[in-house]
Ligand binder design. Structure first.
Ligand SMILES: C[S@@+](CC[C@H](N)C(=O)[O-])C[C@H]1O[C@@H](n2cnc3c(N)ncnc32)[C@H](O)[C@@H]1O
Length: 157
């Protein structure tokens, strides 16, 4: 199974990018992990929020195939402990899915068509994080999930 992470806008802080790359590298020992960045929209500062979400939504959907299992990250989704998330991930890997796609929205979240396409909505907390910070928190949680599944001494309960 391939795990793909779709992001809106490039990571705008080099320290954040370095930390994300570190977890990306660690994840590559366990799974085929790819990151797809949807470039920032041109002239988005002049756009209405809804128009921006709609345009970003079209670009997000263009990166998703019919057979992909799509998980949208959203503060209003279902939340898991790290161990529950690890077992959920194991079940997805056992289910024969070819590609598991996680999507992080832009600064204003997702358009309705993107919500409609999501197979699951996952929250990392009830608090809202920036679309930049959450990419680090999520890649760390994904690494943590694999470290739990592989019995590595990274996660402690
Ligand atoms: C700044 S938030 C968008 C917030 C809000 N939904 C809105 O409409 O303005 C940007 C993106 O970060 C992600 N995100 C932020 N906080 C999150 C959380 N607690 N759990 C999961 N994803 C989160 C989501 O993908 C969200 O679309």
């Amino acid at each position: 199974m391939t795990i793909s992470l779709v992001l809106v806008g490039k990571t705008d802080n080099k320290h954040l990018e370095a930390l994300i790359n570190d977890y990306k590298k660690r994840l590559s020992f366990f799974v085929k992990f790819e990151v797809t960045i949807i470039p920032d929209l041109k002239k988005r500062k002049n756009m209405e929020t809804e128009v921006q979400k709609e345009k970003e939504g079209e670009l997000i959907l263009s990166k998703i195939s019919n057979s992909d299992f799509v998980v949208l990250l959203d503060e209003n989704g279902v939340d898991h402990s790290s161990t529950k998330f690890a077992s959920w991930l194991q079940k997805r890997m056992n289910s024969g899915i070819k590609k598991l796609v996680f999507v992080i929205g832009g600064p204003y979240g997702f358009s309705k068509p993107v919500y409609d396409r999501g197979n699951r909505i996952l929250s990392l907390s009830k608090m809202t994080f920036s679309h930049q910070m959450i990419r680090l928190f999520f890649t760390e949680q994904l690494y943590r999930a694999f470290s739990i599944l592989k019995n590595l001494p990274y996660h402690h309960e």
